[in-house]
Ligand binder design. Structure first.
Ligand SMILES: [Zn+2]
Length: 120
């Protein structure tokens, strides 16, 4: 079971923060996440694994795709929700986050999975 230290550790790295903010109100497939962040797949996978291990993200699957979203269903759910919302508000207009949201809007148009993207 992840604890509060795991949650804060997960938020403490820029690539992970980029992933978390993209998933703030969205459910996004691995391909879209990789295209938006534009780093090698193994790098993204390593961060996604840590974010799952620390209970920050959860993964769902359909026949062809794996999707990630924020995991708000454990005792730290309200904390994660607030942290994500606070970081989102403070950083959304700064790079690299601003560019990430712009790229996500484009990338999802070419996605053949069922990504649910909500950008406020
Ligand atoms: Zn997608």
């Amino acid at each position: 079971m992840a604890d509060i230290k795991d949650t804060l550790f997960a938020f403490s790295e820029e690539i992970r923060l980029r992933i978390i903010l993209l998933l703030n109100n969205s459910t996004i497939c691995v391909n879209c996440l990789t295209s938006v962040i534009d780093l090698p797949q193994p790098t993204i996978s390593r961060h996604l694994a840590l974010l799952r291990r620390t209970g920050v993200l959860r993964m769902t699957k359909d026949k062809l795709h794996s999707y990630y979203t924020l995991n708000k269903d454990d005792p730290f759910g309200p904390l994660k929700k607030r942290l994500a919302a606070t970081f989102y508000k403070a950083l959304k207009d700064m790079e690299p986050f601003k560019g990430d949201f712009k790229r996500l809007k484009m990338v999802k148009n070419y996605c053949d999975a069922n990504c649910t993207v909500r950008i406020k």
